[in-house]
Write a protein that binds this ligand. Sequence first.
Ligand SMILES: [Zn+2]
Length: 234
Amino acid sequence: MATYTVQAGDTLGKIAKKFYGDARRFSLIVSANLIANPDQLTVGEELIIPDVPTSASGEPAPAGMPSFAVTTAVAAASPTAKLNEQRLAQVHPLLAIRGRCMIELCAYTGIAVLVTQGLRSWEEQDALYAKGRTVPPIGKKHIVTKAKGGQSYHNFGLAFDIVVLDAVGKADWDVDHPGWEKAGELGKSVGLDWGGDWKSFKDLPHFQYTGGMTLEECRELFPSGLPAIWSEVS
Ligand SMILES: [Zn+2]
C-alpha cells in the first residue's frame, strides 16, 4: 500500500493510471479512502493507494487494512451489489465494512460473489441445523451446519455467507471452484475469519468477525438485544 498527495490538476483516473496503469481502477482508491464525491479532490489531500489484488493464480493477497467501503455508484449498479448491501446492512458495521472490502477485492480479481445471508434468527438457525439430520433428505452430505440456534455468529450479526457466481451471475456451489479459496484469502487479508479454515467442518461460504466476543458471551448478552452485543465488539 502506498500513499499519494493530491496535486493540482489531479483526477482519480489520472492517479489510478499513474499507480495501476489503468484509469478504470480508480474505484479502488475511492473505496480505500471513503471518497464521497470522486469528482472533487482536494489539493494536498493524502490518499491511500491500495495494492491491486493479484489474480486467482495464487499470488499473495494484499495485506490491506479494512478502510474500504462500497462505492455508492457500484452498489447501485447491479442487483447482486444491491442484495449484498441489503444483507451487509444487517450485520455489525465492523463486519460489514470488511465484507464490502472483500467483495471489492474479489471483483478486482475477477471473482463475483453474492452475500447469501448475514443475520440469521435462532429459529432459522435451528431449521438449518435440522437439514440432513431430522429434515429429509437425511444424510451427512445434506448437513449444512454444526450449529444450533445461538451457536452461530450469524445469530448475533457477526457472520455472513457468500457464494461465488459464475460468468452469467449464477451461484456456483462447486467446492472445487478456485473462487472460494481466493475469496477466503482476500477475506482474511481484511481481518475476517474464514470457515474454509475450519478443521472439523469446512464451511467455505462462511466469514465472520467476532471482535473478541465468544459465542458464550454473545448468548449471555442476547436477552438485552443485539445492540448490547454489538457495543462489546471492537
Ligand atoms: Zn455461515
